[in-house]
Design a protein around this ligand. Structure first.
Ligand code: SDX
Length: 427
């Protein structure tokens, strides 16, 4: 195969290098195209355009493959802890015992949040959506940790990274407790990373917290499954905000806002709301399938379809299996799970979905487990953000260490050509 691609415009030929990835994906490097030809490319939604070369996560949408730093999501979900996956995504290798212990201790040392942050949290109405609260609190962390903004050395980056890995779970827990009207509490730094998160979130003010291994294991697995997903909308947001050297916390705050959207991470909340509506409607899945296929109806089958996966989302398969296990071990019967399975079966037999290669994605079943863990629907996307935190950090760190330029796309202008100003009397 030739290692260059040629584009011909008005009889003139322009050659661009062809790059091959470690999984034999091919890319045309067009970084010199405009300087050679004065011409740009256009690709709404970046469906065909890569923003970077990355060593962190590999997806094969056709085969339904997901790997973090070469390890399959199936193996990591089964055998690793979320904290190990955080280390793997950020630093590129699974930690040995000494590295993992040091990493956890460095995080523990940063797990206190300035008390004045509670004043900011108190300023929100109890009805505020937790994603908006979390993005604001994450941005506010900058004010209390100014040394985490201008970080260019690996050492300074590491300090900012363990700070946010220590403080972000506290913000998540406090955001959750604010909505319950509970006092803001810390967990117990002698506990495991995820166990401590669960205690901070679920401990009732009037009784001892007893950790449930089923809950901890389910949470740990869900966080691993959400940890990274290459250049999705929110990760691309973190990268482009970070490319202006706005700092890690500010970049994460922007990523949280991007994730909030119902077409992205907000879908896990929208899925449960959709399943609840179907249940209220007497379980009439056919009506909702019809709405999803009706071009005049803005309704979409939430939790279905994906920009990259044109096969089963491997995470959805694992979560679906885990949902059965968690509900049965907690002795919960949730009719919503049966409605979800029925909807999936119908969609997978319906030409509209089959032709468009629309399969359940990560958001389709995750909410069913969150419900079983007594996490309120509006907190589902916050749990997605908690899981995606290490992925955002890893992608931000890779972009900064590679000293990538500020992200600034071009456009094709379709507005007025030059015209003279008219005074108000002449308009
Ligand atoms: C996440 O990018 C990532 O990696 C994201 C994520 C991650 O880990 O970061 O995986 C997490 O965001 C998962 C996706 C969660 N969102 C949803 O579940 C919302 C519902 N899904 C859709 O809105 C949609 O499938 C997207 C947004 C996920 C993907 O949209 P695309 O790639 O832009 O595809 P498209 O809108 O061009 O759809 C192609 C066709 C269209 O029909 P035609 O115009 O060809 O006739 O498929 C149809 C769409 O109308 N379609 C759907 C549908 N999804 C696509 N029709 C009904 N229901 C749906 N869910």
């Amino acid at each position: 195969m030739s290692n260059t691609a040629t584009i011909e415009i008005n009889g003139k030929k322009y050659e661009m290098p062809i790059l091959t990835g470690t999984e034999n994906e091919i890319a045309i490097d067009i970084s010199s195209f405009r300087s050679q030809s004065g011409v740009i490319t256009l690709d709404q939604g970046y469906k065909n355009t890569g923003s970077c070369e990355s060593e962190i996560t590999f997806l094969d949408g056709e085969k339904g493959i997901l790997r973090y730093r070469g390890y399959s999501i199936e193996e990591l979900a089964e055998k690793a802890s979320f904290l190990e996956v955080c280390y793997l995504l950020i630093f590129g290798e699974l930690p040995n015992k000494v590295q993992l212990e040091k990493f956890h201790n460095d995080i523990r040392e940063q797990s206190i949040v300035a008390d004045d942050m509670k004043k900011i949290l108190d300023g929100f109405p109890q009805s505020a959506h937790p994603m908006g609260v979390l993005s604001s609190l994450t941005s506010a962390l900058v004010a209390f940790n100014p040394s985490s903004v201008q970080v260019s050395s690996e050492e300074a980056m590491y300090k900012a990274i363990v700070k946010i890995l220590g403080k972000f779970p506290v913000l998540v827990a406090w955001t959750h407790r604010k909505r319950l009207g509970y006092p803001y509490e810390y967990g117990d730094e002698d506990l495991g990373y995820v166990e401590n998160i669960a205690k901070m979130m679920f401990k009732k003010p009037n009784k001892e917290y007893k950790s449930n291994p089923v809950v901890i294991d389910a949470l740990d697995k869900l966080l691993i499954l959400h940890a990274d997903h290459e250049q999705n909308c929110s990760t691309s947001t973190v990268r482009i905000v970070g490319s202006s050297h706005a700092g890690l916390f500010a970049s994460l705050a922007a990523g949280i806002s991007a994730l909030w959207g119902p077409l992205h991470g907000g879908a896990n909340q929208a899925v449960i709301e959709m399943l609840e509506a179907i249940k209220e409607d007497g379980g009439d899945t056919k009506k909702y399938m019809g709405k999803a296929k009706d071009k005049d109806d803005p309704f979409r089958l939430m939790g279905f379809g994906h920009r990259v996966y044109k096969n089963f989302d491997p995470r959805a398969k694992i979560i679906k299996k885990s949902a059965d296990e968690v509900l049965s071990s907690l002795g919960i019967v949730d009719p919503i799970l049966d409605i979800a399975k029925g909807l999936e079966k119908e969609a997978l037999e319906d030409p509209y979905f089959v032709d468009r290669k629309l399969y359940p994605n990560v958001d389709f079943y995750s909410g069913i487990i969150y419900r079983a863990l007594n996490i309120p629907t509006e907190m589902f996307t916050v749990m997605f953000a908690l899981g995606r935190l290490p992925g955002w950090i890893a992608q931000w760190r890779e972009m900064r260490l590679k000293k990538e330029p500020i992200g600034r796309p071009r456009q094709l202008y379709q507005g007025y050509t030059h015209r003279p100003f008219k005074s108000v009397d002449d308009r």
